[in-house]
Write a protein that binds this ligand. Structure first.
Ligand code: UT7
Length: 353
């Protein structure tokens, strides 16, 4: 018997037979909504006792008359608002908490750094083993996760998702800083999104963008070295929100209008096709400028900033919930959600309800 003269040729591996689950194309419906605001009402006159401002200036420049502010002594905070909003959305959707596959909470004002607000809310409501995470997109805190949740349901990853948008900006506000103290309030809103075989329902177009080069126009420095180079340090307080109001205003007016135009084009619709615009309540003048440019009939744009101020991630879902409860948003309607804020971020979601 002769010795082998060379090495045995390697056998090619058997072809892998693992099948990845097929990507689905499901419709997505809003099954329910809910919202929560603190019980304490703070008027412009009360703000004027803390910083150099007055009711007339605030109302003329922002549209705000009053806002709701959490009272920590009563246990009010971000988690409480989020829990109440999601509980109400679950009840409105006529489901049970353990039917949720995922909870996403869009917030930048977590009561605790760890764990996520979404996990604490899931525990409080008995949401079983639903996945849960927070998403930090400031005033886009509802629209960013709404788009993500929609797409996860559409491709079949999850069937039922609770999306929360919430902020307790009072926890990071220095009320002696008048550009911030007059503007913001606390609120949370939530929606339950669910899969449907009706593929006409869901997002028709979405835009999710950011420009991180503008982060220093709206931010919360935690320590001295984070204060943006070249800025006036006396305007900053560690742990508190700093806003370059004029710059953010310019960004907001321009971006808001481009965002609406881009979303209309992507969705292949006109203003006349949209039944309701649910806009981030940042400043009534910013909304008015968009209404004027696009000739949007007043009945198609909701404004509640007079009662709540700018509630950051809570503003869009709070407006959405009020509109649904008032019967002004119904199944079958075309609805555009639009938001922009710190980051800088901007985001839209055009829905066939
Ligand atoms: O949601 C996240 C995104 N955030 C926003 O979209 C907010 C965008 N920015 C704004 O809404 C506005 O910039 C503010 C409401 C914050 C400020 O309004 P403004 O019209 O941009 O005021 P300004 O800073 O240009 O100041 C105009 C005048 C100044 O007086 P002079 O220099 O003209 O004499 C300010 O000193 O108003 C004065 N001023 C105030 N007076 C009374 C500024 N703030 C106040 C105040 N009360 N709170």
């Amino acid at each position: 018997m002769s010795e082998p003269t060379g090495s045995t040729p390697a056998r090619s591996p058997a072809p892998l037979r693992l099948a990845r689950p097929p990507v689905q194309d499901l419709g997505v419906r809003v099954l329910g909504s809910g919202s929560a605001v603190p019980s304490r009402v703070v008027t412009n006159a009360q703000i004027a006792t803390i910083c150099d401002t007055n009711d007339e200036w605030i109302h003329q420049r922002t549209g705000i008359r009053e806002r709701r502010i959490c009272d920590p002594a009563k246990g009010e905070g971000n988690v409480q608002l989020c829990t109440d909003a999601l509980r109400r959305a679950i009840e409105n959707a006529a489901i049970t908490p353990d039917q949720l596959d995922l909870i996403i909470c869009g917030t930048i004002t977590q009561d605790m750094r760890c764990p996520s607000t979404a996990c604490v809310v899931a525990g409080a409501l008995g949401a079983g083993h639903a996945a849960a995470w927070d998403l930090g997109a400031a005033c886009c805190g509802f629209v960013y996760p709404m788009n993500i949740a929609h797409d996860l349901i559409r491709i079949g990853t999850y069937r039922t998702i609770g999306v929360i948008g919430a902020d307790c900006i009072s926890a990071i506000t220095d009320y002696s800083n008048r550009s911030v103290g007059i503007l913001f309030g606390d609120a949370a809103g939530a929606a339950i999104l669910g899969a449907t075989d009706d593929r006409t329902k869901g997002v028709l177009a979405q835009v999710n963008k950011a420009d991180g080069s503008g982060w220093h126009d709206l931010y919360v420095p935690a320590w001295e070295s984070q204060i943006a180079p070249g800025s006036d340090r006396t305007n900053h307080r560690l742990g508190c929100l700093f806003m370059n109001g004029r710059e953010v205003f310019k960004f907001a007016v321009g971006t808001f209008q481009e965002l609406i135009a881009e979303t209309l084009t992507k969705g292949g619709v006109t203003v006349a096709d949209v039944d309701m615009f649910v806009c981030h309540q940042s400043n009534a003048r910013i909304i008015e400028a968009a209404v004027e440019r696009f000739g949007i009939p007043p009945g198609k744009v909701y404004v509640n900033i007079d009662r709540y101020g700018n509630t950051s991630g809570g503003s869009v879902p709070l407006a959405f919930d009020e509109l649904r409860k008032a019967g002004r948003i119904q199944e079958g309607m075309v609805v555009m959600f639009v938001a922009f804020g710190a980051g800088l971020t901007w985001s839209s979601s055009l829905w066939q309800m």
